[in-house]
Design a protein around this ligand. Structure first.
Ligand SMILES: [Zn+2]
Length: 114
């Protein structure tokens, strides 16, 4: 079970949200071959690294949001957004452990994308 940090209403149980999948840029349908369109629809990379996912907060704020998750450790990184209840002006890494959720800002310059 994951605690997914919704940027609008805070950490929520995974069952309160719906994972929509990895965020992949949609190709232009008029300039894409059938094979490329099929790759876009059905093929996803599965790296043991950070990926950007889209989630829907179906039991909370009912908003869509994108968040980065490390597929090896299930840590989350929240982009700095206005009104973000979890983050600050820098990326925030959320580590879910046996004692609950811990949030903390990354070291300066480590993941600072602002
Ligand atoms: Zn929410």
């Amino acid at each position: 079970m994951l605690l997914v940090p919704c940027p609008h209403c805070g950490p929520r149980n995974q069952s309160d949200l719906r994972l929509l999948g990895a965020s992949v840029p949609r190709p232009d349908p008029n300039a894409t071959s059938r094979a490329e369109w099929g790759d876009y629809l059905y093929l996803r990379e599965n790296p043991a690294d950070w990926i950007t996912e889209s989630w829907y907060c179906r039991s909370g704020c009912r908003r869509y949001f994108s968040i980065e998750r490390h597929q090896g450790t299930n840590e989350f990184r929240i982009p700095p957004l206005p009104g973000n209840k979890l983050g600050t002006s820098t990326y925030t890494t959320i580590t879910v452990g046996s004692s609950g959720t811990q949030a903390g800002a990354n070291a300066p310059g480590e993941d600072d994308r602002s």
